[in-house]
Design a protein around this ligand. Structure first.
Ligand code: MSP
Length: 524
């Protein structure tokens, strides 16, 4: 494999198909999609994986209550997952189901490998188990007065059963060394410190990895009454989806077993422990490389609480998409929710952000510029002359900054740079006053102003392609520009932008909304 090959592998958590997905799940997946689309734009060959985590007691119980098999139950819900991703324009390469035959076979082999290595042993487990979170809990994860799980508010049950353990304790010093020698392996830094201080330094306890009290899972080859407990099953998906331990390991050798591939795994912070402690230990035990980064983002809060099914405060992304379009939701998630902290959602915030950034800034700029080109030049931009050097400089800086932040997966700040460019381009219209140039017959200056503005908006559309998937195309169409001809290598030279048609005032990209009216409608 040559060093120059640009390869990128990005994963989302595989979601539990126990209920519909809300905008919290959409956040992780849209973030992955935005980064993946950006990488493709930057010339990478990419592989984007998402999927569903189907085994476990909770699904077994729910399907029983509905009188159908667990597989029938999850199949129905997964159709909704896929429908949502399609509506949101999420372009994944593979949707893995942990019930896929290939996955099940590979998980058995992974378990056997860990077992043969001496990293899995039989013992007894006694503890408190939260069925809803599919997790054994420690006292610190419970409300001390009510004994409720702090995440989902359900009361966990006491269990005692024979189980196989994975020897995580053996990997303590490996983890500390790895974290220390790979700055940025876990992001944000606070999550890394939390893992060290709360779990690793106090002493890791081995992880129970099989169960006997229910049957909806993958039986182990070694002891078939034991089924692989959700996390070994679930985490393995990142490898099995690429064909690890199957007859065809081509994808695995390309996108994992290869030091040249950049691997990004995006998760929400409540599953950071599994992805930053157990997962790296599993990989080390299997003799495999680590991902480059585990990006553990915060939660979307609704009325100051984590948006979650069990709290019943979820926002259905489909409603937002149907009402305002997918670009608006992609924009809100990419720009308004930071990756390194919790973010908020409310209808007010959503609509305010829409008006400020999409209607008044990007939309307004595009319509003003197309309008003026139609009015003053009959839609035909003349030669590239008299450009505004300051704005040209700013456009170039924006491209550099956008790339800088996207390369760090800081989508929000990257988008912020484009918004700033649009704001400044709008201001440039105010002080260059094209209408006065026209009145005074200063055709040459007018032409330069409008040409530079057209360049600014086309570059903005180019950069925003991974986020505003429909609107960037619409802008390009209004200017008769084929975005496919543009790249990070040629965008900095204005001569590479071909305006291939008569530019006319097109449809309004983002109609300004009356927030109160919209909220009344949404609450109906
Ligand atoms: N099945 C496990 C993951 C296994 S990965 C090998 C699981 N599934 S889940 O359906 O509960 O999804 C959890 C993920 O959904 C979080 O990690 C996060 O990506 C996303 N989110 C769920 N609620 C969220 C918010 N309120 N805010 C942001 N993200 C949230 O855990």
């Amino acid at each position: 494999m040559s060093k120059t090959e640009k390869l990128f592998y990005v994963t989302t958590p595989i979601y539990y198909p126990s209920a519909h997905l809300h905008i919290g799940h959409s956040y992780t997946t849209v973030l992955a999609d935005i980064i993946n689309r950006y990488k493709k734009l930057d010339g990478y060959e990419t592989f984007f994986l998402t999927g569903s985590d189907e085994h476990g007691e909770k699904i077994e119980k729910k399907s029983k209550a509905d009188g159908i098999t667990p597989y029938e139950f999850t199949t129905k819900i997964i159709a909704n997952f896929k429908h949502l991703w399609e509506k949101l324009g999420v372009e994944y390469n593979k949707f893995i189901r942990t019930t896929d035959h290939d996955h099940e076979k590979a998980v058995q082999k992974i378990f056997s490998k860990l077992y043969k290595k001496g990293d899995i042993y039989k013992g007894h487990y006694e503890g408190i188990y939260c069925v809803s979170c599919e997790e054994f809990l420690t006292e610190s994860q419970l409300n001390s007065e009510t004994s409720q799980c702090l995440v989902c508010q359900n009361v966990p049950k006491k269990v005692q059963e024979e189980t196989y353990f994975f020897k995580v304790s053996k990997y303590s010093s490996f983890l500390v060394n790895y974290y220390n020698s790979h700055q940025g392996f876990i992001e944000p830094e606070t999550t890394k410190n939390e893992m060290l201080n709360n779990f690793i330094y106090p002493g890791l306890t081995d992880l129970s990895v099989t169960r006997t009290s229910f049957s909806w899972g993958i039986p182990t080859i070694e002891d078939s009454k034991h089924i692989v407990y959700v996390w070994i099953d679930a985490l393995s998906n990142y490898l099995t989806a690429l064909g690890y331990l199957s007859d065809d390991e081509t994808l695995f050798n390309k996108f994992w077993n290869n030091d040249n591939v950049e691997i990004l795994q995006i998760i929400g912070k409540e599953i950071a422990r599994f992805h930053t402690i157990y997962w790296p230990s599993m990989l080390e035990s299997l003799g495999l490389r680590q991902p480059d980064k585990i990006l553990s983002h915060g939660w979307i809060l609704f009325k100051d609480a984590k948006m979650s099914k069990s709290l019943g405060n979820v926002i259905d992304p489909l409603v937002l998409i149907d009402k305002f379009g997918r670009d608006v939701l992609r924009f809100y998630l990419g720009f308004e929710i930071p990756t390194d902290n919790d973010g908020k959602f409310s209808y007010d915030l959503y609509l305010e952000s829409y008006n400020t950034n999409l209607a008044n800034n990007i939309g307004n700029l595009s319509s003003r510029v197309t309008n003026m080109i139609e009015k003053y030049f009959e839609g035909q931009l003349p030669a590239i002359e008299n450009l505004d050097n300051a704005l040209i400089h700013e456009i170039k800086i924006t491209v550099t900054n956008f790339k800088f932040y996207m390369d760090k997966y800081n989508v929000s700040r990257a988008i912020g740079k484009v918004l700033l460019l649009c704001q400044n381009a709008n201001r440039f219209i105010e002080f260059s006053k094209p209408w006065e140039l026209a009145k005074n017959g200063q055709q040459a200056e007018l032409q330069g102003v409008l040409y530079t503005l057209a360049y600014a908006i086309v570059v903005s559309a180019f950069l925003l392609q991974p986020i505003l998937i429909d609107t960037s195309q619409k802008i390009a169409n209004q200017f008769g520009v084929d975005l496919a001809t543009l790249s990070f290598d040629n965008i900095n030279d204005i001569k590479n932008i071909q305006f291939n048609k008569k530019i006319t005032k097109g449809e309004i990209l983002f109609q300004r909304l009356k927030i109160e009216d919209e909220i009344t409608n949404l609450n109906k």
